[in-house]
Design a protein around this ligand. Sequence first.
Ligand SMILES: CC(C)(COP(=O)(O)OP(=O)(O)OC[C@H]1O[C@@H](n2cnc3c(N)ncnc32)[C@H](O)[C@@H]1OP(=O)(O)O)[C@@H](O)C(=O)NCCC(=O)NCCSC(=O)C[C@H](O)C(=O)O
Ligand SMILES: [Mg+2]
Length: 355
Amino acid sequence: MRSPKDFFAPLAVGAPEPLRQIPVPPSRMIHFFDPSNEKMAAKVPDIAKKVDVLLGNLEDAVRADRKEAARNGLVAIAKSTDFGKTQLWTRVNSLDSPWVLDDLITLVTEIGDKLDVIMVPKVEGAQDIHYVDRLLAQLEARAGLTKPLLVHAILETASGVANVEEIAGASPRMQGISLGPADLAASRRMKTTRVGGGHPGYLVRTDPTGEDLNEGRTTYQQDLWHYTVARMVDACAANGILPYYGPFGDIRDVVACEDQFRNAFLLGCVGAWSLHPVQIDIAKKVFSPSPEDVAWARRVIAEMGDGTGAVMIDGKMQDDASVKQCRVVAELADALAADDPELAAAYDAATKEAS
Ligand SMILES: CC(C)(COP(=O)(O)OP(=O)(O)OC[C@H]1O[C@@H](n2cnc3c(N)ncnc32)[C@H](O)[C@@H]1OP(=O)(O)O)[C@@H](O)C(=O)NCCC(=O)NCCSC(=O)C[C@H](O)C(=O)O
Ligand SMILES: [Mg+2]
């Protein structure tokens, strides 16, 4: 562990100063694409205009014999594309793989000035972040970068979950954490075979009403990911970094995808991964507060004045704690509306109607 005094010192001579606060531009959807897939890569300039984060994926879902093509493809795309305000992230291969060292060396050297965040899969503990932290500092110094690269960990091993608090606080580079439900399920030896989402067998059942144990008993499907998402949200919030739900693999089931994303949004996540173009708008809708919620939040803030005391609004008690929740919603809405005139107009119209 570094001493608190050294926490913000660069880890290599000539590396940029670590940030004291992570930037929080919108990141409602982290859109994955395979840079070695020519059809997907051709769509990048258009998709970049629609998403908050574009992520060139080098890890799972890229065939072993396409790893180099994916790495080189990402370099070429980053050099030739104007991403505007859209952030460019990458997911490198796992730290135990034969590819990760070349991923990091090539990407930081060639396009370190274009990349915002490096997603590191299968993080097990703070030691993995420390390794990446020092290596990035060395590479940044050598490449003459002036802005530190940020690191995002995927929570997808049982050890990672057990150590999530230390991972979240392991480095000033830590930008956020995503849930990786597919690898996590395998690591935990869960008996599921899906990429995120629920399972009909994970349920609770009401008590029997009579002798017949099958008669009149309602079942309710439960959320397999509630515990992990909640724990991840707490670890992130406690360390000033951002939590994300990860992938929803049933691309056709846009309804359950929206439900899964909304559960994460309500629990505190700021975004989710989009694996297919159809999931981009779902994430945008879910991770932008609704105009009705924004109108209500603005009304509570206005009526609460200096934010202390208690008032009744439409029969509901509001006080210092509820106004803080309303500020979270209103501040997120303002930040998103600043770059989105359509959203700004929807929020203002709802606010006007509610007042
Ligand atoms: C899931 C896919 C394999 C589906 O691809 P495809 O069968 O080609 O779908 P469509 O025919 O519906 O595609 C229509 C067109 O859209 C293009 N497309 C598809 N996906 C993308 C994309 N992500 N970005 C850009 N463009 C995309 C297709 O090329 C079609 O183009 P055209 O023919 O010209 O009309 C595919 O969507 C895909 O591979 N997605 C990404 C998958 C991925 O990244 N997986 C890894 C993340 S999840 C994970 O790793 C698990 C996690 O770590 C954990 O442990 O939980
Ligand atoms: Mg994974």
